[in-house]
Design a protein around this ligand. Structure first.
Ligand SMILES: *Cc1c(COP(=O)(O)O)cnc(C)c1O
Length: 436
Protein backbone atom coordinates (compact mmCIF):
# COMPACT_ATOMS: atom_id res chain seq x y z
CA UNK A 1 0.00 0.00 0.00
CA UNK A 2 0.94 3.61 -0.22
CA UNK A 3 1.79 4.48 3.35
CA UNK A 4 -0.87 6.82 4.72
CA UNK A 5 -0.40 7.54 8.36
CA UNK A 6 -2.91 7.99 11.16
CA UNK A 7 -2.41 10.27 14.14
CA UNK A 8 1.15 10.39 15.43
CA UNK A 9 2.28 7.56 13.19
CA UNK A 10 5.46 8.28 11.20
CA UNK A 11 8.53 6.68 9.76
CA UNK A 12 11.47 7.37 12.09
CA UNK A 13 15.17 8.09 11.44
CA UNK A 14 16.00 4.42 11.04
CA UNK A 15 13.08 3.91 8.66
CA UNK A 16 10.83 2.01 11.08
CA UNK A 17 7.15 2.58 11.77
CA UNK A 18 6.78 4.71 14.87
CA UNK A 19 3.59 5.43 16.85
CA UNK A 20 3.32 7.88 19.73
CA UNK A 21 7.05 8.51 19.42
CA UNK A 22 7.87 4.84 20.03
CA UNK A 23 9.51 2.51 17.51
CA UNK A 24 7.06 -0.35 16.81
CA UNK A 25 9.91 -2.87 16.48
CA UNK A 26 10.96 -2.02 20.02
CA UNK A 27 7.39 -2.55 21.18
CA UNK A 28 7.24 -5.94 19.48
CA UNK A 29 10.51 -6.89 21.11
CA UNK A 30 9.56 -5.66 24.56
CA UNK A 31 6.01 -7.02 24.77
CA UNK A 32 5.94 -9.78 22.17
CA UNK A 33 3.36 -10.21 19.41
CA UNK A 34 0.53 -10.09 18.59
CA UNK A 35 0.31 -6.72 20.26
CA UNK A 36 -2.36 -4.04 20.09
CA UNK A 37 -0.77 -0.58 20.13
CA UNK A 38 -2.95 2.49 20.82
CA UNK A 39 -2.05 6.04 19.86
CA UNK A 40 -3.37 7.91 22.90
CA UNK A 41 -2.92 11.35 21.33
CA UNK A 42 -5.21 10.37 18.45
CA UNK A 43 -7.93 9.13 20.83
CA UNK A 44 -7.74 12.43 22.71
CA UNK A 45 -7.86 14.41 19.48
CA UNK A 46 -11.03 12.59 18.43
CA UNK A 47 -12.71 12.96 21.81
CA UNK A 48 -11.90 16.67 21.91
CA UNK A 49 -13.01 17.11 18.31
CA UNK A 50 -16.52 15.85 19.02
CA UNK A 51 -16.85 17.94 22.17
CA UNK A 52 -15.51 21.07 20.51
CA UNK A 53 -17.95 20.79 17.61
CA UNK A 54 -20.92 20.83 19.96
CA UNK A 55 -19.41 23.75 21.86
CA UNK A 56 -18.93 25.70 18.64
CA UNK A 57 -22.52 25.02 17.67
CA UNK A 58 -23.72 26.10 21.09
CA UNK A 59 -25.61 22.86 21.61
CA UNK A 60 -25.90 21.13 24.95
CA UNK A 61 -24.55 17.65 24.43
CA UNK A 62 -23.08 14.51 25.82
CA UNK A 63 -20.51 12.49 23.90
CA UNK A 64 -20.71 8.93 25.16
CA UNK A 65 -18.00 6.47 24.24
CA UNK A 66 -19.70 3.30 22.93
CA UNK A 67 -17.36 1.10 24.85
CA UNK A 68 -18.17 -2.20 23.21
CA UNK A 69 -15.60 -1.07 20.62
CA UNK A 70 -12.79 -1.51 23.16
CA UNK A 71 -13.58 -2.11 26.79
CA UNK A 72 -10.80 -2.06 29.38
CA UNK A 73 -10.15 -0.21 32.62
CA UNK A 74 -7.48 2.01 31.04
CA UNK A 75 -9.60 3.21 28.12
CA UNK A 76 -12.46 3.99 30.52
CA UNK A 77 -10.08 6.05 32.62
CA UNK A 78 -8.86 7.88 29.54
CA UNK A 79 -12.42 8.64 28.38
CA UNK A 80 -13.26 9.87 31.86
CA UNK A 81 -10.23 12.19 31.79
CA UNK A 82 -11.50 13.53 28.47
CA UNK A 83 -14.89 14.29 30.00
CA UNK A 84 -16.83 11.78 27.93
CA UNK A 85 -19.82 9.72 29.04
CA UNK A 86 -19.93 5.97 28.63
CA UNK A 87 -22.22 3.42 26.99
CA UNK A 88 -22.18 -0.10 28.33
CA UNK A 89 -24.12 -3.07 27.00
CA UNK A 90 -23.55 -5.72 29.64
CA UNK A 91 -22.85 -6.35 33.30
CA UNK A 92 -19.25 -7.08 32.32
CA UNK A 93 -18.75 -3.67 30.73
CA UNK A 94 -20.48 -2.04 33.68
CA UNK A 95 -18.23 -3.90 36.09
CA UNK A 96 -15.18 -2.74 34.13
CA UNK A 97 -16.46 0.85 34.37
CA UNK A 98 -16.88 0.47 38.12
CA UNK A 99 -13.31 -0.85 38.39
CA UNK A 100 -12.18 2.25 36.48
CA UNK A 101 -14.13 4.48 38.92
CA UNK A 102 -16.09 5.87 36.01
CA UNK A 103 -18.68 8.36 37.33
CA UNK A 104 -21.92 6.37 37.51
CA UNK A 105 -24.16 9.26 36.51
CA UNK A 106 -22.45 9.43 33.12
CA UNK A 107 -23.00 5.75 32.29
CA UNK A 108 -25.80 4.71 29.91
CA UNK A 109 -26.92 1.09 29.71
CA UNK A 110 -27.89 -0.40 26.33
CA UNK A 111 -28.90 -3.82 25.10
CA UNK A 112 -31.82 -5.80 23.74
CA UNK A 113 -31.84 -8.39 26.52
CA UNK A 114 -30.58 -6.95 29.77
CA UNK A 115 -31.01 -9.45 32.57
CA UNK A 116 -32.63 -8.76 35.95
CA UNK A 117 -29.22 -9.14 37.55
CA UNK A 118 -27.66 -6.60 35.17
CA UNK A 119 -30.47 -4.11 35.82
CA UNK A 120 -30.05 -4.57 39.57
CA UNK A 121 -26.36 -3.90 39.22
CA UNK A 122 -27.07 -0.74 37.20
CA UNK A 123 -29.53 0.56 39.78
CA UNK A 124 -27.22 -0.24 42.69
CA UNK A 125 -24.34 1.55 41.02
CA UNK A 126 -26.60 4.53 40.35
CA UNK A 127 -26.00 4.84 36.62
CA UNK A 128 -27.27 7.83 34.66
CA UNK A 129 -29.86 6.13 32.48
CA UNK A 130 -31.10 2.91 30.98
CA UNK A 131 -31.94 2.83 27.28
CA UNK A 132 -35.13 0.75 27.14
CA UNK A 133 -35.20 -1.54 24.14
CA UNK A 134 -38.46 -3.54 24.26
CA UNK A 135 -41.76 -4.14 26.08
CA UNK A 136 -40.35 -7.00 28.14
CA UNK A 137 -37.71 -4.64 29.51
CA UNK A 138 -40.30 -2.04 30.52
CA UNK A 139 -41.96 -4.65 32.75
CA UNK A 140 -38.70 -6.10 34.04
CA UNK A 141 -37.10 -2.77 34.87
CA UNK A 142 -40.30 -1.48 36.49
CA UNK A 143 -40.39 -4.58 38.64
CA UNK A 144 -36.76 -4.27 39.74
CA UNK A 145 -37.17 -0.55 40.47
CA UNK A 146 -40.30 -1.18 42.53
CA UNK A 147 -38.53 -3.89 44.49
CA UNK A 148 -35.69 -1.52 45.29
CA UNK A 149 -37.91 1.51 45.82
CA UNK A 150 -35.82 3.32 43.23
CA UNK A 151 -36.44 5.50 40.18
CA UNK A 152 -34.45 5.50 36.95
CA UNK A 153 -33.99 7.96 34.12
CA UNK A 154 -34.67 6.22 30.82
CA UNK A 155 -34.43 6.76 27.10
CA UNK A 156 -36.62 4.78 24.73
CA UNK A 157 -34.80 3.31 21.76
CA UNK A 158 -36.65 3.73 18.50
CA UNK A 159 -35.96 2.36 15.03
CA UNK A 160 -36.73 5.13 12.60
CA UNK A 161 -36.95 2.90 9.52
CA UNK A 162 -33.69 4.06 7.96
CA UNK A 163 -31.44 1.82 5.95
CA UNK A 164 -27.89 3.08 6.29
CA UNK A 165 -25.39 2.12 3.60
CA UNK A 166 -23.24 -0.37 5.40
CA UNK A 167 -22.81 -4.09 5.85
CA UNK A 168 -26.12 -5.83 6.62
CA UNK A 169 -24.88 -7.21 9.93
CA UNK A 170 -24.16 -3.77 11.30
CA UNK A 171 -27.32 -2.10 10.11
CA UNK A 172 -29.73 -1.50 12.96
CA UNK A 173 -32.08 1.39 12.26
CA UNK A 174 -34.29 -0.44 9.75
CA UNK A 175 -37.71 -1.77 10.71
CA UNK A 176 -36.64 -5.41 10.61
CA UNK A 177 -34.17 -5.13 13.49
CA UNK A 178 -33.83 -6.89 16.82
CA UNK A 179 -33.30 -3.50 18.47
CA UNK A 180 -35.78 -0.91 19.62
CA UNK A 181 -39.40 0.11 19.07
CA UNK A 182 -40.65 0.84 15.56
CA UNK A 183 -41.32 4.50 15.00
CA UNK A 184 -43.78 3.93 12.17
CA UNK A 185 -45.72 0.89 13.44
CA UNK A 186 -47.03 2.43 16.65
CA UNK A 187 -44.76 0.52 19.01
CA UNK A 188 -42.66 3.53 19.97
CA UNK A 189 -45.78 5.47 20.90
CA UNK A 190 -47.11 2.58 22.96
CA UNK A 191 -43.76 2.34 24.77
CA UNK A 192 -43.82 6.06 25.57
CA UNK A 193 -47.35 5.76 26.98
CA UNK A 194 -46.42 2.84 29.20
CA UNK A 195 -43.20 4.41 30.45
CA UNK A 196 -44.87 7.77 31.13
CA UNK A 197 -47.60 6.01 33.07
CA UNK A 198 -45.14 4.42 35.49
CA UNK A 199 -43.85 6.43 38.44
CA UNK A 200 -40.66 4.40 38.61
CA UNK A 201 -39.44 5.89 35.35
CA UNK A 202 -38.28 9.35 34.47
CA UNK A 203 -38.54 9.42 30.69
CA UNK A 204 -35.87 11.86 29.53
CA UNK A 205 -35.94 11.23 25.79
CA UNK A 206 -35.42 9.01 22.80
CA UNK A 207 -32.52 7.10 21.35
CA UNK A 208 -31.74 5.77 17.91
CA UNK A 209 -28.69 4.21 16.29
CA UNK A 210 -28.92 3.60 12.57
CA UNK A 211 -25.86 1.44 11.98
CA UNK A 212 -22.09 1.49 11.83
CA UNK A 213 -19.25 2.46 9.52
CA UNK A 214 -21.46 5.06 7.80
CA UNK A 215 -19.82 7.48 5.38
CA UNK A 216 -22.69 9.79 4.56
CA UNK A 217 -24.69 12.25 6.58
CA UNK A 218 -27.96 11.40 4.81
CA UNK A 219 -29.00 8.54 7.11
CA UNK A 220 -28.30 10.53 10.25
CA UNK A 221 -30.17 13.56 8.92
CA UNK A 222 -33.17 11.49 7.89
CA UNK A 223 -33.33 9.74 11.24
CA UNK A 224 -33.00 13.00 13.16
CA UNK A 225 -35.64 14.62 10.99
CA UNK A 226 -38.16 11.81 11.39
CA UNK A 227 -37.75 11.62 15.13
CA UNK A 228 -37.96 15.38 15.57
CA UNK A 229 -41.19 15.52 13.55
CA UNK A 230 -42.58 12.72 15.67
CA UNK A 231 -41.58 14.63 18.80
CA UNK A 232 -43.71 17.53 17.61
CA UNK A 233 -46.67 15.14 17.26
CA UNK A 234 -46.12 13.59 20.69
CA UNK A 235 -45.69 16.95 22.36
CA UNK A 236 -49.21 17.78 21.20
CA UNK A 237 -50.84 14.36 21.63
CA UNK A 238 -49.08 12.93 24.69
CA UNK A 239 -47.64 16.02 26.35
CA UNK A 240 -44.27 14.28 25.98
CA UNK A 241 -41.29 16.63 26.02
CA UNK A 242 -37.96 14.99 25.20
CA UNK A 243 -35.08 16.65 27.02
CA UNK A 244 -32.61 14.37 25.27
CA UNK A 245 -32.28 13.12 21.73
CA UNK A 246 -29.59 10.46 21.44
CA UNK A 247 -28.60 9.84 17.83
CA UNK A 248 -26.18 6.98 18.40
CA UNK A 249 -22.81 6.34 16.80
CA UNK A 250 -21.64 4.66 13.64
CA UNK A 251 -19.43 7.40 12.16
CA UNK A 252 -17.15 5.77 9.59
CA UNK A 253 -13.38 5.33 9.79
CA UNK A 254 -10.67 4.60 7.23
CA UNK A 255 -9.72 0.95 7.30
CA UNK A 256 -8.20 1.14 3.83
CA UNK A 257 -7.65 3.83 1.22
CA UNK A 258 -11.03 2.86 -0.27
CA UNK A 259 -12.78 4.28 2.78
CA UNK A 260 -13.41 8.01 2.67
CA UNK A 261 -15.03 9.00 5.94
CA UNK A 262 -16.03 12.59 6.62
CA UNK A 263 -14.29 14.39 9.45
CA UNK A 264 -16.25 13.47 12.61
CA UNK A 265 -17.36 17.06 13.08
CA UNK A 266 -19.20 17.00 9.74
CA UNK A 267 -21.64 14.34 10.94
CA UNK A 268 -22.38 16.37 14.04
CA UNK A 269 -22.91 19.58 12.08
CA UNK A 270 -25.26 17.87 9.63
CA UNK A 271 -27.36 16.33 12.39
CA UNK A 272 -27.62 19.55 14.36
CA UNK A 273 -28.70 21.54 11.32
CA UNK A 274 -31.68 19.23 10.83
CA UNK A 275 -32.65 19.04 14.47
CA UNK A 276 -32.51 22.83 14.76
CA UNK A 277 -34.61 23.34 11.67
CA UNK A 278 -37.47 21.13 12.86
CA UNK A 279 -37.26 22.58 16.38
CA UNK A 280 -37.44 26.16 15.11
CA UNK A 281 -40.21 25.49 12.60
CA UNK A 282 -42.38 23.96 15.31
CA UNK A 283 -41.45 26.02 18.35
CA UNK A 284 -40.12 22.85 19.94
CA UNK A 285 -37.47 23.25 22.63
CA UNK A 286 -34.08 22.17 21.31
CA UNK A 287 -33.28 18.85 23.01
CA UNK A 288 -29.88 18.08 24.44
CA UNK A 289 -28.08 16.01 21.79
CA UNK A 290 -26.21 12.88 22.77
CA UNK A 291 -24.01 10.89 20.44
CA UNK A 292 -22.27 7.55 20.91
CA UNK A 293 -19.12 7.14 18.83
CA UNK A 294 -17.22 3.91 19.31
CA UNK A 295 -15.15 3.07 16.27
CA UNK A 296 -14.46 6.69 15.36
CA UNK A 297 -12.85 7.32 18.77
CA UNK A 298 -10.58 4.29 18.94
CA UNK A 299 -10.53 2.49 15.57
CA UNK A 300 -7.80 4.37 13.72
CA UNK A 301 -5.80 4.79 16.93
CA UNK A 302 -5.14 1.05 17.11
CA UNK A 303 -2.47 -0.89 15.21
CA UNK A 304 -1.79 -4.59 15.66
CA UNK A 305 1.77 -5.89 15.43
CA UNK A 306 2.32 -9.49 14.38
CA UNK A 307 5.37 -11.61 13.68
CA UNK A 308 5.48 -13.18 10.25
CA UNK A 309 6.01 -16.96 10.21
CA UNK A 310 5.28 -19.50 7.53
CA UNK A 311 4.78 -18.90 3.84
CA UNK A 312 2.89 -21.06 1.39
CA UNK A 313 2.78 -20.44 -2.33
CA UNK A 314 0.05 -22.05 -4.39
CA UNK A 315 1.49 -21.75 -7.92
CA UNK A 316 -0.39 -19.21 -10.00
CA UNK A 317 -3.09 -18.83 -7.36
CA UNK A 318 -1.96 -17.25 -4.14
CA UNK A 319 0.91 -16.53 -1.81
CA UNK A 320 -0.06 -17.04 1.81
CA UNK A 321 1.97 -15.28 4.48
CA UNK A 322 0.99 -16.40 7.97
CA UNK A 323 1.22 -14.37 11.17
CA UNK A 324 1.14 -15.34 14.84
CA UNK A 325 -2.45 -14.13 15.40
CA UNK A 326 -5.60 -13.95 13.29
CA UNK A 327 -9.30 -14.41 14.05
CA UNK A 328 -8.42 -14.79 17.72
CA UNK A 329 -7.37 -11.12 17.91
CA UNK A 330 -9.29 -9.75 14.91
CA UNK A 331 -12.37 -11.68 13.84
CA UNK A 332 -13.79 -8.89 11.67
CA UNK A 333 -12.39 -10.09 8.32
CA UNK A 334 -13.92 -13.54 8.93
CA UNK A 335 -17.15 -12.16 10.36
CA UNK A 336 -17.90 -9.23 8.04
CA UNK A 337 -15.33 -9.49 5.27
CA UNK A 338 -13.75 -6.41 6.79
CA UNK A 339 -10.75 -5.00 4.92
CA UNK A 340 -7.44 -3.87 6.36
CA UNK A 341 -4.12 -2.45 5.22
CA UNK A 342 -0.71 -3.35 6.57
CA UNK A 343 3.01 -2.69 6.17
CA UNK A 344 6.22 -4.32 7.25
CA UNK A 345 7.10 -2.34 10.36
CA UNK A 346 10.84 -2.18 9.64
CA UNK A 347 10.37 -0.76 6.12
CA UNK A 348 6.91 0.74 5.67
CA UNK A 349 7.96 2.89 2.72
CA UNK A 350 9.47 0.13 0.60
CA UNK A 351 7.77 -0.51 -2.73
CA UNK A 352 5.71 -3.72 -2.83
CA UNK A 353 6.92 -6.46 -5.14
CA UNK A 354 4.21 -9.05 -4.67
CA UNK A 355 0.60 -9.41 -3.59
CA UNK A 356 0.14 -11.74 -0.65
CA UNK A 357 -2.71 -13.04 1.48
CA UNK A 358 -2.17 -12.56 5.21
CA UNK A 359 -3.35 -15.70 7.00
CA UNK A 360 -3.97 -16.21 10.69
CA UNK A 361 -2.76 -19.25 12.61
CA UNK A 362 -6.15 -20.69 13.57
CA UNK A 363 -7.42 -24.02 12.25
CA UNK A 364 -10.08 -22.48 10.07
CA UNK A 365 -9.75 -21.71 6.37
CA UNK A 366 -11.71 -18.50 6.89
CA UNK A 367 -9.08 -17.28 9.32
CA UNK A 368 -7.62 -14.67 7.01
CA UNK A 369 -6.72 -11.10 7.91
CA UNK A 370 -6.16 -9.61 4.47
CA UNK A 371 -6.77 -11.34 1.12
CA UNK A 372 -4.81 -9.09 -1.24
CA UNK A 373 -2.02 -7.08 0.26
CA UNK A 374 0.76 -5.60 -1.88
CA UNK A 375 3.94 -6.06 0.15
CA UNK A 376 7.69 -6.14 -0.33
CA UNK A 377 9.03 -9.69 -0.18
CA UNK A 378 8.90 -10.53 3.54
CA UNK A 379 10.89 -12.88 5.72
CA UNK A 380 9.92 -14.98 8.70
CA UNK A 381 10.56 -13.03 11.88
CA UNK A 382 9.67 -9.65 10.43
CA UNK A 383 6.95 -7.58 12.08
CA UNK A 384 3.73 -6.85 10.20
CA UNK A 385 1.72 -3.81 11.33
CA UNK A 386 -2.00 -3.95 10.54
CA UNK A 387 -3.72 -0.56 10.73
CA UNK A 388 -7.01 0.58 12.17
CA UNK A 389 -7.56 -2.36 14.50
CA UNK A 390 -8.50 -0.30 17.56
CA UNK A 391 -12.23 -1.00 17.45
CA UNK A 392 -13.83 -4.42 17.78
CA UNK A 393 -10.43 -6.12 17.78
CA UNK A 394 -9.50 -6.71 21.38
CA UNK A 395 -13.15 -6.51 22.43
CA UNK A 396 -14.03 -9.42 20.11
CA UNK A 397 -10.85 -11.36 20.91
CA UNK A 398 -11.36 -14.98 21.79
CA UNK A 399 -9.44 -18.08 22.78
CA UNK A 400 -10.21 -20.20 19.74
CA UNK A 401 -7.54 -22.90 19.51
CA UNK A 402 -6.61 -21.87 23.06
CA UNK A 403 -4.59 -18.97 21.76
CA UNK A 404 -3.94 -16.56 24.64
CA UNK A 405 -5.36 -13.08 24.16
CA UNK A 406 -2.81 -10.48 23.07
CA UNK A 407 -1.49 -7.66 25.22
CA UNK A 408 -2.48 -4.01 24.81
CA UNK A 409 -0.08 -1.11 25.10
CA UNK A 410 -0.77 2.65 25.08
CA UNK A 411 1.87 4.91 23.53
CA UNK A 412 2.15 8.67 23.87
CA UNK A 413 5.01 11.21 23.75
CA UNK A 414 7.71 8.59 23.41
CA UNK A 415 6.44 6.50 26.32
CA UNK A 416 4.81 3.10 26.28
CA UNK A 417 2.54 1.72 28.93
CA UNK A 418 1.15 -1.78 29.19
CA UNK A 419 -2.60 -1.56 29.91
CA UNK A 420 -3.68 -5.17 29.35
CA UNK A 421 -1.31 -8.01 30.05
CA UNK A 422 -0.90 -10.87 27.61
CA UNK A 423 -2.92 -13.87 28.69
CA UNK A 424 -0.79 -16.76 29.90
CA UNK A 425 -1.34 -20.48 29.40
CA UNK A 426 -2.13 -20.63 33.11
CA UNK A 427 -4.88 -18.02 32.58
CA UNK A 428 -6.33 -20.24 29.89
CA UNK A 429 -6.90 -23.19 32.21
CA UNK A 430 -7.74 -21.33 35.38
CA UNK A 431 -11.48 -21.94 35.09
CA UNK A 432 -11.13 -25.56 34.00
CA UNK A 433 -12.07 -28.12 36.64
CA UNK A 434 -10.21 -31.39 36.19
CA UNK A 435 -12.03 -34.72 36.49
CA UNK A 436 -9.33 -36.12 38.75
C1 LIG B 1 -22.34 -0.16 18.41
C2 LIG B 1 -23.11 1.00 18.85
C3 LIG B 1 -22.54 2.27 18.82
C4 LIG B 1 -21.16 2.54 18.28
O1 LIG B 1 -21.02 2.22 16.95
P1 LIG B 1 -19.63 2.62 16.23
O2 LIG B 1 -19.80 2.15 14.84
O3 LIG B 1 -18.56 1.90 16.94
O4 LIG B 1 -19.50 4.09 16.35
C5 LIG B 1 -23.28 3.32 19.31
N1 LIG B 1 -24.52 3.14 19.81
C6 LIG B 1 -25.10 1.93 19.85
C7 LIG B 1 -26.45 1.79 20.41
C8 LIG B 1 -24.43 0.82 19.37
O5 LIG B 1 -25.02 -0.37 19.40
Amino acid sequence: MAFESFGTMRVNEVGHLEIGGVDTLKLAQKYGTPLYVYDVALIKERARGFKKTFEELGVKAQVAYASKAFSTVAIYQLMHEEGLSLDVVSGGELFTAMKADFPAERIHFHGNNKTRQELEMAIDYGIGCVVIDNFYEIELLADVLQEKGARMAVLIRVTPGIEAHTHDYILTGQDDSKFGFGLTNGQAEEAIRRVMANEAFQLIGLHCHIGSQIFETTGFKLAAHRIMEQLVVWRDSLDFHAEVLNLGGGFGVRYTADDQPLPPSEYVRAIIADVREVAQDNALAMPEIWIEPGRSLVGEAGTTLYTIGSRKEVPEIRKFVAVDGGMSDNIRPSLYEAKYDAVIASRPLEEPDETVAIAGKCCESGDMLIWDLPLPKSDAGEVLAVFCTGAYGYSMANNYNRIPRAAVVFVENGEDRLVVQRESYENLVQLDLPLY
